[in-house]
Design a protein around this ligand. Sequence first.
Ligand code: NAP
Length: 287
Amino acid sequence: VRRLLITGASGLLGGCLLRRAARLAGWEPVGTARTARGNLVAMPLEEPETVRALITDGGFESVVHCAALRSPEACRAEPDRARAVNAAGSVAVADAARRAGARLLYVSTDYVFDGEDPPYDESAEPQPINLYGETKLAGERAARPVPGGLIVRIPALYRLDLADDRNWVAQLANDLGAGRPLPLDAETARYYTLAEDVAAALLWLLDRGESGIVHLSAEERSTKADFARAVARALGHDPARITDAPPAADGAPRPRDSHLDPARYRALGGPALRGHSEVLPELARRD
Ligand SMILES: NC(=O)c1ccc[n+]([C@@H]2O[C@H](COP(=O)([O-])OP(=O)(O)OC[C@H]3O[C@@H](n4cnc5c(N)ncnc54)[C@H](OP(=O)(O)O)[C@@H]3O)[C@@H](O)[C@H]2O)c1
């Protein structure tokens, strides 16, 4: 069996990865979070010694580094913490993986691009426009020199699980259920991708031993407002409650259209990254 360390396993993506790897034959996954809970091990990224000890002594074949401070607003509000977690924390993970001879898969973001010249393939030059993107790019730079390392950039994720409070669709379902009017950004392009599809793709890439940079993205273009209307329809709510608005005035700057071109992944022939029109009708069947 191949021992696999998944950081951020209490999170939206790390949780999907941990569940999926645990179901697959051949993998023995161990999940970490900032604090220990359930079957998760504590690995605070601000503590390089803890990171090093856990990774060097763990006998891991691979490390998937999902943990991050992922909200651009949270990074703006706490810049020191963003740098400590996303940048310095990733340096600690990458150093430890290299010392341990483990492969590293670093999960990055479409927000390393400025969004002015889409679509972006793997050779495009990153140019982040917010601190979140800057600190994630610093994590990429730490991951790059690890032999056999893989950097995977992904766009906005969602799940169908309405009980997962890290899932924007669950928060949206709550707001729709409460009957509140919802003005949402109808300008910024988004390519919502199902977290479970990304988890399947990541394990597939790991299994094949891919290295370098790979972009993963569903190809259906949307906006927050359009996607929310599709969620409303799938859940039987009135989509007219969602109105078109400009990007939130108090939000961190976001790339206008950071469309990731997943051509390399498509050519490799990995599991499908489905558009939301194909996925969201499943919400109705679950309800
Ligand atoms: N979600 C998206 O739409 C999206 C889009 C593009 C890229 N990404 C990238 O995908 C990865 C996974 O994102 P996600 O959506 O799964 O994030 P998430 O749901 O916000 O989960 C974040 C994870 O990171 C852990 N974490 C945060 N601060 C930590 C610290 N100081 N020390 C150790 N662990 C810490 C959290 O642990 P606790 O629960 O203990 O706090 C949690 O497990 C991230 O690298 C993110 O940048 C996400």
